[in-house]
Design a protein around this ligand. Structure first.
Ligand SMILES: NC(=O)C1=CN([C@@H]2O[C@H](COP(=O)(O)OP(=O)(O)OC[C@H]3O[C@@H](n4cnc5c(N)ncnc54)[C@H](OP(=O)(O)O)[C@@H]3O)[C@@H](O)[C@H]2O)C=CC1
Ligand SMILES: O=C(O)C(=O)[C@@H](O)[C@H](O)C(=O)CO
Length: 276
């Protein structure tokens, strides 16, 4: 597995596992299965209310902690400095972990205007050793520029919605030009219509792969990190099995052309959408 080198010197895998909606005992079983299937990076969030589920799965899997990259996220209601530090400590407590490999601001929530204060808390949390790397989700160029201007420190990761119907070319370019690695949420479009797209279906037949594998391979070749979620051990294995083929440049361009300006799954435009 390829490792991305982050702007703070840390390294993270080029593929991960999403856990939104994996909760409780069945969630533990799915996450243990993902770890046994070879996933080494796990994405959770305070707001998924499953950091405990993730922690339990890590312990039941028996894997060494240092073989895993574990990510969690700070919800917008805790963006005041002291609240952010307390929430991060609570996240760690719930997950039964001493540190996160990566901790992200979950949404910029620009109307609330507190993401710089929260970012300062993450900068300090990294110094305290609570987290190895710090990043953001759903940040637009103007939000990143503000972090740079006011703290001098840019995120290591920007986790954004990315799939063939919303390929985020300009945001990817901005991240790349600023040394930020792009990670893809809902990389399979949350199993929406994209999985039935005729071009992707035809490419699946051409490369002898499923539509999901075509999409995830395309995201890999865009130099981004997909983190597909699946409760099913069979689909977990399917989703990881993308490292034995290569999509041609011409076919990459065809997939790139599927993007739509209104292609977001749920109309969550971070310029206006707020989540706490
Ligand atoms: N930072 C942010 O703001 C956000 C972060 N995230 C993170 O990104 C992760 C991934 O995104 P998510 O929204 O879950 O969506 P995904 O694009 O990963 O899609 C998950 C859905 O696809 C199905 N699925 C998985 N594999 C396949 C396959 N090979 N063929 C067909 N269907 C499949 C799953 O069903 P089944 O489980 O039955 O296999 C599930 O319904 C999240 O779990 C979360 O960790 C997500 C949204 C926002
Ligand atoms: O899943 C997440 O990380 C989110 O940020 C949510 O917004 C999620 O995308 C959602 O759909 C909530 O309704």
């Amino acid at each position: 597995m390829f490792m991305y080198k982050l702007n703070d010197g840390q390294q993270i895998p080029d593929f991960g596992f999403g856990t939104y909606k994996l909760n409780g005992r069945t969630g533990v079983q799915s996450i243990v299965s993902a770890i046994n299937n070879g996933y080494t990076m796990i994405d959770t969030a305070y707001n998924y209310e499953n950091e405990g589920t993730v922690g339990r799965a890590i312990s039941e899997s028996g894997i060494d902690r240092d073989k895993l990259t574990v990510t969690s996220k700070l919800p917008g209601r805790y963006y005041a400095y002291d609240d952010a530090i307390t929430a991060l400590q609570e996240s760690l407590y719930r997950a039964h972990l001493d540190y996160f490999d990566l901790y992200l601001l979950h949404w910029p929530n620009p109307k609330k205007g507190m993401y710089v204060e929260a970012w300062q808390a993450l900068i300090d949390a990294q110094k305290f050793g609570l987290v190895k790397s710090i990043g953001v989700c759903n940040f637009l160029p103007e939000h990143l520029e503000k972090l740079q201007k006011e703290t001098g420190i840019l995120p290591a990761i920007n986790q954004i919605e990315l799939h063939p119907y919303f390929n985020q070319k300009s945001m990817r370019d901005f991240d790349h030009d600023n040394g930020i690695v792009t990670m893809d949420w809902s990389p399979l479009g949350r199993a929406s219509a994209v999985l039935k797209n005729p071009l992707l279906t035809a490419l699946g037949e051409k490369y002898h792969k499923s539509v999901g594998q075509i999409i995830l391979r395309w995201e890999h070749q865009l130099d981004t990190i997909p983190i597909p979620k699946s409760a099913s051990p069979v689909r977990q294995r399917e989703n990881m099995n993308i490292f034995d083929f290569e999509i041609s440049n011409i076919d990459m361009e065809k997939i790139n052309a599927l993007t739509k300006s209104d292609g977001r799954n749920k109309d969550q435009d971070p310029a206006v959408y707020e989540e706490f």
